[in-house]
Design a protein around this ligand. Structure first.
Ligand SMILES: C[S@@+](CC[C@H](N)C(=O)[O-])C[C@H]1O[C@@H](n2cnc3c(N)ncnc32)[C@H](O)[C@@H]1O
Length: 254
């Protein structure tokens, strides 16, 4: 049986709400903060699950050699268009994070905007991290921006809605299920008087569970653990309230 994230229909329908124009303009600042967090200046970066390429483009414009990988051909086409419009050179590859591996190639790998934990089988989450680990050069850095159990617990908003300039809107409902191991989402898009529900979910890890998982696939010196334990790559990138809605909106948006 195919997994929810393999549906092009879902990404095509939710993409306009998930990757708003405003989220595209935020990307260069997010990339600056990632570069500072990683303590690197430039090199080769792997933007795993790059979606419409907003971070890939910002990395390329900052002088990095970029590979953006995503499973969705629809989103990759948007990424190609974005790069072309921005005059950025990126290598975009349609591939699955469960099998994509280019041994010892990258100085930095990023997995951003809650792109982790989608797999039904947790062994696939682990396999994806193993591939990222193998794809990094010795001493390379992985930056993950994801929702953890702690961040869900600290800012849970079960229902949100937003409207786009063209009058279409989305109502987002979410629930924590399976003994706090997953969050499930129902996003109902309403456009031209037609409502369509979309369902998806992802596994949430506690910060310490994520660190254990990363350690088990070979990541981390102590310095990196400390960085992760601050958790809050999300807090660093998106401090509560900085864009008016802060974390709650980010939770509901991914
Ligand atoms: C929430 S979006 C984030 C996109 C991008 N990182 C951003 O910040 O705009 C999640 C992305 O993960 C991709 N994805 C999901 N599962 C994948 C997999 N197994 N392999 C590669 N890409 C995957 C989706 O196609 C989608 O583009």
């Amino acid at each position: 049986m195919s997994e929810w994230f393999e549906s092009e229909h879902l990404w095509a329908n939710l993409g306009p709400y998930m990757f708003s124009a405003e989220s595209m303009t935020r990307a260069p600042n997010e990339v600056s903060q990632i570069i500072a967090l990683a303590g690197l200046t430039n090199g080769c970066v792997l933007d795993m699950c790059c979606g419409p390429g907003r971070h890939s483009v910002a990395f390329a414009l900052a002088g990095w050699t970029v590979t953006g990988v995503d499973l969705s051909e629809h989103l990759l086409q948007l990424a190609i268009d974005n790069a072309r419009q921005s005059g950025a050179h990126c290598d975009f590859v349609c591939h699955d994070m469960r099998s994509f591996c280019r041994p010892s190639t990258y100085d930095l790998a990023v997995l951003l905007f809650s792109s982790f934990g989608y797999n039904a089988d947790p062994a696939d989450d682990r396999r994806a991290l193993q591939n990222l680990h193998s794809s990094l050069r010795r001493g390379g850095t992985l930056v993950i921006d994801t929702v953890t159990k702690e961040t869900v617990a600290s800012g849970f908003v079960p229902v949100t809605a937003s409207r786009r300039d063209d009058g279409s809107m989305v109502v987002r409902r979410k629930s924590v299920v399976d003994n706090w191991s997953r969050v499930t989402f129902e996003w109902i898009t309403i456009a031209n008087g037609v409502a369509e529900p979309h369902h998806f979910s992802y596994r949430i890890y506690a910060g310490s569970e994520l660190v254990d998982l990363l350690t088990s696939v070979g990541f981390l010196r102590r310095k990196d653990l400390w960085r992760l334990r601050r958790e809050s790559i999300r807090h660093r990138l998106f401090p509560r309230g900085t864009d008016g809605e802060g974390l709650d909106r980010r939770h509901s948006g991914s």
